[in-house]
Write a protein that binds this ligand. Structure first.
Ligand SMILES: [Zn+2]
Length: 221
């Protein structure tokens, strides 16, 4: 089995309980005698291949380290971005489509490792993950009446607003354009947006809170 270490906690003497995200969802695995033989298995953001014993709380028997993303914790700009990304992964439903989410998560980590725009990677990750939580915004037509003359975006209504339905003085058109560009972006192709990342992320965080009741960890250190 393959997985990425999300966190590990102390568990009895010399042992740890390791939580890994895998193509089959979250798995918790005991690692015995950590210091001698299992350091690579208990390090956060390590991608490992592993065999486990049978049973309800299995023990790792063997593992190989495929790739470590741990060094991102040495980059101040990236630590903050990792917190909400791991937060989203930890909040996935048990029956979510993990076989599709796992490679996307791995892709996000790879992008984050190489990018000079960590807030871009975070924004696109969070916007694309909205559909996993069943709260994809309506981006193609007005969320209230289905007209296509879009002039605004409503976080509380969960989508675009047309010129008839937009009554608010608030102009969220740039937020709408960023949501749309990122949601339909193939992978993580960098795109300029007309608003600042803190403004966009504030909108994304409100969206998660209102529609998924999920208060994400802050990306600000
Ligand atoms: Zn409308």
């Amino acid at each position: 089995m393959e997985g990425i270490v999300i966190k590990s906690i102390e568990y009895k003497e010399k042992s740890k309980l390791v939580y890994l995200y895998t193509p089959f969802g979250m798995k918790s695995v005991k690692a015995l005698d950590v210091q001698k033989t299992k350091l690579g298995f208990v390090t956060t953001l390590n991608q490992v291949e592993f065999q486990i014993s049978q049973g309800k709380l299995p023990t790792v028997l063997e593992y190989t380290l495929k790739k470590s993303f741990y060094s991102m914790y040495q980059n101040m700009d990236k630590i903050g971005v990792l917190a909400p990304i791991l937060d989203v992964i930890s909040h996935l439903e048990e029956d979510a489509n993990h076989t599709r989410i796992y490679p996307f998560f791995l892709e996000a980590l790879t992008e984050l490792e190489n990018t000079e725009h960590p807030l871009f990677v975070l924004s696109i990750f969070l916007i694309k993950m909205l559909s996993v939580f069943g709260i994809k915004p309506e981006l193609k037509s007005c969320v209230l009446c289905s007209r296509t003359s879009i002039v605004n975006f409503s976080i509380s209504n969960g989508g675009a607003l047309c010129d008839h339905c937009s009554t608010s003085n608030e102009n969220n058109l740039a937020i709408y354009e960023a949501f749309k560009a990122f949601y339909y972006n193939k992978g993580f192709e960098f795109k300029e947006i007309k608003i600042s990342y803190p403004t966009l992320l504030e909108a994304i965080y409100s969206y998660y809170l209102l529609h998924a009741n999920l208060k994400l960890k802050s990306y600000k250190l």
